[in-house]
Structure formats: C-alpha cells, structure tokens
Design a protein around this ligand. Sequence first.
Ligand code: IPE
Ligand code: IPE
Ligand code: MG
Length: 248
Amino acid sequence: MSNKDNINLEKLPKHIAIIMDGNGRWAKGFGKFRIFGHHNGVTAVRETAEAAAELGLKFLTLYAFSTENWSRPQKEVDALMELLVETIKKETPTLQKNNIKLTTIGNLDDLPKGCQEQLLETIEATKTNNGLTMVLALSYSSKWDILNAIKSIANEVKSGTINPEDINDQLIDKHLSTNGMPNPELMIRTSGEQRISNFLLWELAYAELYFTPKLWPDFNKTDLYDAILDYQQRERRFGKTSEQLNNN
Ligand code: IPE
Ligand code: IPE
Ligand code: MG
C-alpha cells in the first residue's frame, strides 16, 4: 500500500504552495554547475503537478523565481529564463493531458519578451482546462504584491470610488495578484531552509507550514503525499481551543 492510499480525499487542501528550493546545492553534490540543478528541478515540477492533478487538488502555486532572484549572477538568471521558456513550451502537452490550467503571479513585465510570449501562449492554450490550476510565481515577491495593492486601494480612495472605512480583508484580497484563489492551507519548502522568503505573506496567514530537508530535484509524488498526510494530522484551531473544535 502506498502512502497515497492513506490520504483522506475529503480533507484535501484546496491549495498547496511550494517554495522549490535547493537546486543549486543538489547540483553541487554532483560536482556540477547550479543550472544542472535547475534543469533537474523540472522533473520534480512535473511529478508534483501530476500528483496534485491526480489527487484532485484545485490550486498548486510554485515559487519559481523571486524578485530577489534577479540579484543572482547574470549567467544564472539568463539560464533560468531560457529554461523557463523551453520548459513551458515542452510541457504544454503534459498540462493538456492532465487538464491543468496555467496561470502566473508576479511582475511578468520584468521577464524577457520571449518568456512573456511563451507564457501567454500556454496560458491561452490551457485556459479552458478545469482540473488543477497551476500558478507559477515569477518575478514575484509578496511585498511587491502588497505594495501594488496598497497603491491601487489608495488611488480608489483618492478618486472617491471607495471610503477608507470600506477597506477590509476582502478588499485587500481582491487587489492582490492571488485574487480569486483560496488561501493555501499548506505551504511546503524543500532544502531544509525554514523561512518564507517573501512568498505569499498575506495569504499564508493561517497556512500549515511543512519543511523537508529534501532538495527540490529529489522531491517526488511520495514526498507530496507525505506532506499532505502530515497536514491532515494537524489540528487547525484558528485561535479557538481544541475543546471548542471537538465539541462542534
Ligand atoms: C531554487 O533553488 C530555485 C530558484 C530559487 C530559482 P536554488 O537555486 O535557490 O538552490 P540553492 O538554495 O542555492 O541550493
Ligand atoms: C526562494 O528561494 C525563491 C524561490 C524558490 C524561487 P531562494 O533560494 O531564493 O531563497 P533564499 O534567498 O535562500 O531565502
Ligand atoms: Mg535557494
């Protein structure tokens, strides 16, 4: 019996977010350049997306490139951008086969033209798929997103469309690039680092956090099932007491 069979499908999270970390260290372990790790990380993306789609998950957000990652050596950034175009193009049939819809969050304007075009093409090609929605966080940082939301809300107040009293949780949700998606119930980070690195700061307010020492290229379906099983054993109290939850 695989650990997949132990998953309670009734209690599946709707949205899992993943910080795919450790590609560089994985490559180093083989005495190779960092980009070798990024290339092998693609297999883990495919495995994870397939597993998520098979389980019936609704949203999978993958942190692929942060705003801060632009500060990496130019050679690595260029190679990552090239890999991105290549992968999206090559994987479009896999997305179609698994009924996966591709979307993105982040500042796409920052990406090279070729990347933007390939992304738009695949987003368009998969837009009617209604299984899993795979969200790629590209040139994304949560502070960037929150800052934009604040600016746009401030403009609405300034123009008189809304009053400051109208600003509430839902309005902020609406102005974030994650608008329309449920908040992730589970956030996974690979590679043993235990930090959020500017990822979904608002949306992760009550997410369960799961850290695994596995490096991203080694992450596979079984690892995803393990994370979900761990999540399903937790008691999500949302500020209440355990007794309150058990009496209801
Ligand atoms: C994650 O792996 C991929 C990206 C951030 C693009 P890293 O490249 O951060 O790998 P490590 O953390 O240096 O091992
Ligand atoms: C976070 O990984 C960003 C992505 C996985 C895309 P990093 O490797 O860039 O994070 P830090 O800088 O070590 O926190
Ligand atoms: Mg890293």
